[in-house]
Write a protein that binds this ligand. Structure first.
Ligand code: MN
Length: 129
């Protein structure tokens, strides 16, 4: 399977490259952006199967970006997994409340990460239109 397009929004070069390499090695196509603003434009144009959203970004942050994606009919149904360095429980709760489809903490653990990506895409594919 795989071959789906995954959009990586991450301002840290190493983290972005790692996510890209891991996804491509598993057969996904990737697009990436260092800012949420550009990422949102890519999402509107290319309709990725999934977005990986770093929360701390220059410009608008990942939570604000999620709100904009959900407010736009073109991007509203794309699943979005939050990726954060924070492991605080309160933060995790805030993220769930904010409506993300999952949460991955950095540094990513490859097996977990790929499982979460695959699950989120599968769930979205099974969702009634
Ligand atoms: Mn960041």
């Amino acid at each position: 399977m795989a071959n789906e397009l995954v959009l990586i929004i991450e301002d840290n070069d190493k983290n972005r490259k790692l996510a890209r390499d891991v996804l491509q090695a598993s057969g996904y196509r990737t697009a990436d952006s260092e800012t949420a603003e550009e990422g949102i434009r890519i999402a509107q144009e290319r309709k990725p199967a999934l977005i990986l959203m770093d929360l701390q970004l220059p410009g608008i942050d990942g939570i604000e970006a999620l709100g904009r994606l959900r407010a736009d009919p073109q991007t509203r149904t794309i699943p979005v997994i939050a990726v954060t360095a924070s492991v605080m429980t309160e933060d995790n709760q805030r993220i769930v409340v904010a409506g993300f489809d999952g949460l991955q903490t950095k540094p990513i653990r490859v097996r977990d990460f790929l499982q979460a990506v695959g699950d989120a895409i599968a769930r979205a594919g099974n969702r009634p239109a």
